[in-house]
Design a protein around this ligand. Structure first.
Ligand code: FAD
Length: 333
């Protein structure tokens, strides 16, 4: 365990903003966690890799950063494994481990930054796959009672970039590990996503082939956060009713839409942002990324406040232009 006071969060957030926290505990051993949590009197923020958080001010509380490591296969049969992964593992390192060992189900989620413990929070998803597709349960501790729990998939209320941990249990639990069901044979390769289908329809599929292709596409579209601080998609793709879609399409017939459920359609927020002229609006410190306008980037020394103001400007413009309310994917502190 390591405790630091008046800590700079610059290396702890992929937006690379220079805010501070009153205290940060870096915790390697889960056996120490209950003791630490019971000692903390002020507000607690559980932090993973900081790739989905925008700090807009000093955090006047205590940050707990889990660094516990370990991957254990807890059950195995001919076709599948149940694996438990510690929250402090890097997500992409775990994906690499799975692909190298021919365990399938998360290859489409290659190269998503952050830690394993944060993966259930927004039910991470990419290229047609979401965490919930392989999720079995998560283990953790309730921050108020320090009670340990295991929550099964059905209790986690997963939906598009959402879960119980972003709603009823927001700031109420720390996840210490997750359990996933992965395939050993007869993998369900998913190349339904347009670019994967285009690029791989003539290839012999394997976990590695899909993972490599996902990495290639992601690297061509998303900025390296070491160069341009960012948190990936800043907003969720809005989901709107068919009647609203029809109304907007009368004015913008080229608006792309994807069926979400029987009466609702998902709209690419990137299209709305590009159509509103944000690719051309480059402020000194903040802009959208040229290859993917849903990604807001820190062009060097932006403050969290500047990034938030820019995001709010986008939100207001999209509302005025399309009568669509964008919702942040990123947690704002
Ligand atoms: C370039 C880039 C691309 C991205 N692409 C994608 C993508 O394709 N799909 C996608 O879904 N996301 C994507 N993201 C967002 C981000 O990587 C994920 O949301 C990731 O799961 C965040 O992990 P983290 O450890 O960095 O979480 P943090 O940013 O540290 O925390 C995020 C939230 O989770 C909570 N939290 C973190 N760890 C725990 C824990 N152990 N217990 C309880 N609560 C916890 C935090 O309090 C916070 O509310 C991208 C981000 C970047 C920078």
């Amino acid at each position: 365990m390591k405790i630091s006071k008046e800590f700079s969060l610059k290396k702890f957030n992929t937006f690379n903003v220079s805010e501070t926290a009153k205290f940060i505990y870096e915790v390697d051993e889960i056996s120490e966690l209950k003791g630490i949590l019971s000692d903390i009197e002020d507000q607690i923020l559980i932090l993973g890799g900081g790739s989905n958080i925008l700090f807009t001010k000093r955090f006047e509380g205590t940050i707990v950063n889990l660094k516990n490591k370990g991957i254990n296969i807890i059950r195995e049969d001919k076709n599948s494994i149940l694996v438990e992964v510690c929250a402090g593992e890097n997500w992409n390192d775990f994906v690499i481990w799975a692909v190298e060992n021919n365990y399938g189900g998360i290859e489409n989620l290659s190269l998503i930054p952050g830690n394993v413990g944060a993966a259930p929070i927004q039910n991470i998803g990419a290229y047609g796959v979401e965490l919930k597709d392989v999720f079995y349960s998560c283990l953790g501790i309730k921050l108020n009672s320090l009670e340990e729990f295991e929550m099964k998939k059905s209790e986690c209320k997963f939906s598009y970039r959402n879960s119980i941990f972003k709603t009823e249990l927001k700031d109420k639990v720390v996840i210490t590990s997750i359990k996933l069901n992965l395939t050993k044979e007869k993998h369900n390769f998913n190349i339904a996503y347009k670019e994967l289908k285009e690029n791989l329809s003539n290839s012999e599929l394997s976990l590695k082939v899909i993972s490599d292709e996902v990495i290639k596409i992601r690297q061509s579209k998303l900025p390296d956060h070491e160069l341009f601080g960012n948190c990936g998609s800043f907003f969720k793709n809005p989901i709107i009713s068919l009647s609203k879609l029809k109304k907007i399409k009368k004015v913008y017939p080229d608006l792309p839409s994807f069926r979400f459920d029987s009466n609702n359609y998902k709209i690419p927020a990137a299209w709305l942002i590009e159509k509103s002229g944000y690719k051309e609006r480059v402020n000194k410190n903040v802009s959208v990324y040229k290859n993917q306008p849903l990604v807001i980037i820190n062009r060097g020394s932006a403050t969290g406040r500047e990034i938030l103001d820019f995001a709010n400007d986008i939100k207001n413009t999209i509302y005025n232009n399309f009568n669509i309310q964008l919702e942040e994917e990123v947690l704002i502190i």
